[in-house]
Write a protein that binds this ligand. Structure first.
Ligand SMILES: [Zn+2]
Ligand SMILES: [Zn+2]
Length: 437
């Protein structure tokens, strides 16, 4: 790119950033009374990312009241807004050691970034910086040259956001409520404004957990490092004894899941699942043949002899590992363990989409549909307007299709110029795949 082109390009980017900042500012002016005050407000550290072409986080800020936070929003209209899961006596002290740490809420981030969803094969794009190959799907290295230097363009759709929602439901209903006795009132759920959901648990006991204890909790929630022997799997002579239904915790979760699968999975579904976890065709055939007997064993009170031809201890463990992965929660482990993390502040805007970080009650979560929410109060697409149109130009090589509010936009190619409604322009500009024309 020549120097003058480069300057022109930089000017366009600056124009975009200014445009978006003005819109964010208007939002913060209009919605000053709508932004919730989080609990222990004065003990939280705040962090902001401003609208700069090379953004850096400003952190170690504290606020005495909502009014001063709202004033900050209106004055600066930040691109991203965060507050800490931790509580401090002096949150504004820039030295972590002098903040006077009190405790930390449990924060989990369930973001489709971290796990595979089938729709990524349609809407996530990768480009190898080394050999310039490109393609669709979730990749961490180039399938052609093996380079790890990939540029990725990750998109969202109803399907992956629904999968993220199911993970948060699993976390709440299969683990936090039954196993940890967390009261629904202690849980704060939010749509992150982009690719997933956050959950903050405000519970006095959990606040006191150290990093090591949080790691143990994460292992429990994900099912990683589970020991099937401790749960009761045992080889005696040539027999394998499985779990007993009356056991609590994980063995009970596994048995319940197995009974559900045995009652509902078709042959095709079993084939897919067993093949996927790496069992060979003979073993799969044998399992499918014996599934009625296995269901009988699991549901009968009297015995736990797990006898399927071809299944020794190794195959049983592979099988159980696959079932555990279906039950465990796909959460972001470093975020959950780290006691100095910041998470997005509810009611603020996400600078990569222009969507609102939307708080949701457990009841609201069920029917919530971030890209097409009919309830105005919960609608994260705050810039929705079909009347207000903008002319934009695509600057990314390829842009996947976007489906918002029941309308489809794209896919687009570099250089295309067209008019789109306000919220779509904001989304594509925030995603940095387009510039104003
Ligand atoms: Zn390559
Ligand atoms: Zn998707």
């Amino acid at each position: 790119m020549s120097n003058s082109n480069n300057i022109e390009y930089q000017n366009k980017i600056m124009k975009n950033l200014n445009f978006l900042q003005r819109l964010f500012q208007a939002y913060y002016k209009e919605n000053q009374n709508e932004i919730p005050r989080i609990s222990s407000f004065t003990k939280r550290e705040f962090g902001f990312i401003p609208w700069k072409s090379k953004p850096m986080m400003i952190r170690h800020l504290g606020f005495n009241d909502m009014n001063s936070l709202n004033n900050y929003f209106v004055k600066n209209a930040p691109r991203h807004v965060y507050s800490s899961g931790s509580l401090y006596l002096m949150p504004e002290n820039s030295d972590m050691g002098n903040k006077k740490y009190i405790g930390c809420d449990l924060i989990t981030d369930i973001d489709v970034d971290h796990f595979y969803t089938p729709c990524k094969d349609d809407h996530d794009i990768w480009l190898c910086k080394k050999c310039e190959a490109s393609g669709k799907g979730m990749r961490d290295k180039c399938p052609h040259c093996g380079s790890l230097k990939l540029k990725t363009l990750n998109w969202i759709c109803d399907e992956c956001l629904e999968i993220a929602k199911n993970e948060i439901r699993k976390l709440i209903f299969d683990f936090l409520i039954p196993d940890f006795g967390i009261n629904p009132g202690e849980m704060h759920i939010a749509f992150s404004g982009h690719r997933g959901y956050h959950l903050k648990v405000e519970n006095e006991k959990i606040r006191t957990l150290n990093t090591e204890e949080r790691r143990e909790m994460v292992d429990y929630l994900t099912g990683h490092n589970i020991s099937f022997e401790i749960l009761g799997l045992e080889k005696m002579g040539s027999n394998i004894y499985g779990f007993i239904r009356e056991n609590l915790d994980w063995s009970n979760k596994i048995v319940r899941k197995l009974i559900f699968m045995l009652k509902t999975y078709s042959d095709d579904e079993w084939n897919y699942f067993l093949n996927n976890i790496g069992l060979n065709a003979n073993v799969i055939r044998s399992f499918i043949h014996s599934r009625e007997d296995f269901l009988y064993t699991l549901t009968s009170e009297s015995h736990n002899l797990w006898s399927i031809e071809g299944f020794g201890l190794t195959n049983w463990k592979t099988f159980l590992r696959g079932v555990v992965d279906l039950i465990g929660v796909e959460l972001d482990e470093p975020v959950t363990i780290d006691i100095h993390r910041l998470i997005r502040y509810p009611g603020t805007l996400h600078g990569k989409t222009g969507f609102k970080v939307q708080e949701l009650s457990i009841e609201e979560l069920d029917s919530f549909s971030p890209l097409n929410e009919p309830n105005d109060r919960l609608n994260p697409i705050v810039f929705e307007s079909l009347k207000n149109m903008h002319k934009i130009k695509i600057i990314e090589k390829e842009v996947p299709q976007t489906r918002i509010k029941g309308e489809t936009y794209g896919p687009y190619k570099q250089g295309e110029v067209f008019e789109v409604p306000n919220h779509i322009a904001v989304f594509l500009l925030c995603k940095e795949v387009a510039v104003l024309q």
